[in-house]
Design a protein around this ligand. Structure first.
Ligand code: SF4
Length: 494
């Protein structure tokens, strides 16, 4: 399918730092997902879709929504790209290598388009909100049929319809502060664990991060919509719900007619009959005392908190515009540990931020030791075009960045191993997710604190909560023995 040249500038606006920072001028609208127009019903009958998802949990959940829309249109899923009639790459812009992977995929999929000219190849997600990416696709990836942004997901039926009818590349990327769209259909990955968006966007503008430009301003769903969705999941028998947002702790701040924040939401979610409630991701700045107090009530609010710190140096945190310093972070950790018994803390850390000195890196190592994180996602800093940090001099040599990353990971592994060792002989509650990836005779699941547990047991236990005694703790997982006699089951510790 050849594409004609045309002016696409009317279809998308590039993310612009100054424009994107002007928050609050556009009113957030709560839209309802409309039923499909007649010409889009059954458009996919007899055809298959495949969505490749890159990046964070937000993207995974967006893919569940897009799958729901495809299935409303009559499409069925496939995991074989040669079988697919439409392939979407749901992309991530957070790191350069994530972008490289997507362009690699687009290049690789060229041959499929040659073999199957009617295949629709689409790019969506955060990358498509970047002007440079859209220009690169227009220039060098003429095999792409469809590009749409993070604010345009609810428009998918129209976009697919247009792509099928048109010989031109269809582009629809709205650069806007963002709306909230309710009643979107979803195909959830399993009947066990579900993700529920509580808010969208981010207003924090950490200097290294592209998200505030690609996902719009912070906007919360109405509490009744969130609570009703979770109640419905409880009725369907889901065992675990993760509340999702780029910065869940800012939940409710934009709901001007209500005095209802994240702690209030968690307190209400606590009363719903879902055995485990998680949330991600947290920003320490908005993590208030009321939330700590509510988490201390336990019950279905699990004792695992992912609390990204990014650096242990107050100077680096200032350059990152994280809006807290080392002392404030440690103070929050102290409060959480005092209030939430047996809490497990995990984090995100960037090494080699522009100007990071050896001393500042040592501050990160000492903070990691002081907090004793059970695990962490660790990254080497890479600049994202359009962010303030990209204008700072990226002056740390790559070999220094790599050495810091290695030292940090060794420190984290040693702490993680020691903390897992403390569980030896203890009984933990495990939600059984399925067969172990490495051995089909072994089951695997997660503790309340999100630790991976492997044990031998019948497949009939998949989807159930069981008690397992830990016998062989390792750095990344725990191996244990299933307790079948309830009398053996003393109170779980994790
Ligand atoms: S809080 Fe900072 S790092 Fe997280 S999404 Fe917002 S800007 Fe990015």
């Amino acid at each position: 399918m050849s594409k004609m040249k045309k002016d696409f500038s009317q279809y998308f606006q590039a993310p612009d730092l100054r424009e994107a920072k002007k928050r609050g001028k556009e009113e957030v609208q709560v839209l309802q997902f409309e039923s499909l127009p007649d010409e889009m019903k059954n458009i996919g009958v007899g055809h298959k879709y495949l969505i490749q998802t890159f990046g964070c949990q937000m993207n995974v959940h967006d893919s569940e929504t897009m799958a729901g829309i495809f299935e409303m249109m009559g499409y069925t899923p496939t995991i074989d790209e040669r079988d697919a009639d439409i392939i979407l790459l749901n992309t991530c812009a957070i790191r350069e290598n994530a972008e490289d992977k997507v362009f690699g995929e687009l290049g690789r999929l060229k041959h499929l388009k040659l073999e199957k000219p009617n295949l629709i190849l689409g790019v969506c997600g955060c990358m498509s909100q970047e002007e440079s990416v859209v220009n690169r696709i227009l220039k060098s990836y003429q095999n792409v049929d469809l590009v749409f942004g993070t604010h345009n997901i609810h428009r998918l039926p129209h976009l697919v319809h247009n792509a099928l009818m048109s010989k031109e590349m269809v582009i629809e990327v709205w650069s806007k502060e963002g709306d909230v769209v309710e009643n979107m259909p979803k195909v959830r990955a399993d009947g066990l664990r579900a993700w529920v968006n509580i808010m969208y966007g981010c207003d924090k503008f950490c200097t290294y991060c592209i998200v505030p430009y690609t996902r719009g301003k912070e906007r919360s769903r109405r509490p009744e919509d969130v609570l009703n969705e979770i109640r419905e999941l409880a009725r369907k028998g889901y065992q675990e719900v993760t509340l999702l947002g780029q910065n869940v702790n800012a939940y409710g701040k934009d709901l001007e007619d209500l005095n209802y924040l994240f702690g209030d939401l968690m307190d209400d979610v606590r009363k719903i009959g879902i055995p485990r409630i998680r949330f991600t991701t947290s920003h320490p700045r908005d993590f208030d005392d009321h939330l700590v107090e509510v988490l201390g009530k336990g019950g279905n609010l699990v004792e695992h908190i992912h609390l990204p710190v990014q650096s242990g140096s107050s100077e680096v945190l200032k350059l990152m515009a994280r809006k807290y310093d080392r002392e404030r972070y440690l103070d929050l950790v102290r409060k959480i540990k005092e209030t939430v018994p047996n809490v497990v803390l995990t984090t995100d850390i960037i090494v080699g931020f522009p100007g990071e000195t050896d001393e500042q890196f040592e501050d990160t190592i000492s903070l990691v030791k002081e907090v004793e994180f059970d695990s962490a996602f660790t990254f080497i800093y890479s600049p994202r075009e359009g962010t303030p940090a990209a204008k700072m001099q990226d002056d740390i040599p790559m070999e220094v960045k790599k050495a810091r990353l290695q030292r940090l990971n060794e420190t984290l592994n040693e702490i993680g191993r020691r903390k897992n060792e403390e569980l030896r002989g203890h009984v933990v509650e495990v939600l059984v997710e399925g067969e172990s990836k490495k051995n089909a005779d072994v089951l695997s699941g997660r503790t309340r604190t999100n630790k991976l547990v492997n044990f031998a047991g019948p497949k009939s236990l998949i989807g159930k909560m069981v008690m397992v005694r830990i016998e062989d703790p390792k750095t990344w997982s725990l191996t244990g023995v299933l307790l079948e006699d309830p009398k053996q089951q003393k109170a779980p510790v994790a």
